[in-house]
Design a protein around this ligand. Sequence first.
Ligand code: AMP
Length: 226
Amino acid sequence: MDGARLPTTAPILILLGPPGAGKGTQARMLEEQFGLVQLSTGDLLRAAVAAGTEAGKAADAVMKAGGLVSDDIVLAVLTDRLADPDCAKGVVLDGFPRTTAQAEALDQMLHARGQAIMAVVSLDVDTVKMVLRVAGRYTCGSCGEGYHEDFKPSKVAEICDVCGAQDMTRRADDNAETAMSRLDAYQISTAPLIEYYAKQGALKRVDAMGPINDIGRSIANIVRTG
Ligand code: AMP
């Protein structure tokens, strides 16, 4: 565990990258390694959809189409979650911000609390390859291990290699058509944030096409050095 080497103030780390870049995988690794809390707006929205809340009902169709949920809804679910006591340990934002308006709202929120972003890590990938990565992804619902129909199938169909559970889940939006729309949304609305955070001096770029553990080491170095 490297948690002891974290900066003393609760760090706020942002992972930027298109769908399939590995934000979720890296956020979970950071959670394990540094005790940071993974805050995925996609997960929060999926939970809202499953719970049938007003926010969930409004988000459902947009998410199925691969579009971006409105800034108001996203900010509301995120602000709610950030108020939970565990977030005081520090958070990794995975999938947020995705628009300039969200980035500005986050800046204002942090400014009001006297906090600052520790780093924004851009996971640099070949975006065209991301559609192939996303279409065909599936996850063990019990332990969270990730698989892929072509690149990393489980050894026995539908059974998790790690925990043995027969509980594979597939996201409704992890198909080729929706992945294309998600990638378009990224290029139009989210990619400009690379420049936004570069101007703030917060941007760190990581080559994210290589092995997962190498990418994890690069990000861990960024976290250690603040
Ligand atoms: P993700 O799990 O990050 O791939 O997000 C899944 C879907 O949730 C996205 O395709 C969007 O429809 C929606 N979503 C997640 N985070 C955001 C966000 N910050 N802004 C707008 N929509 C979001």
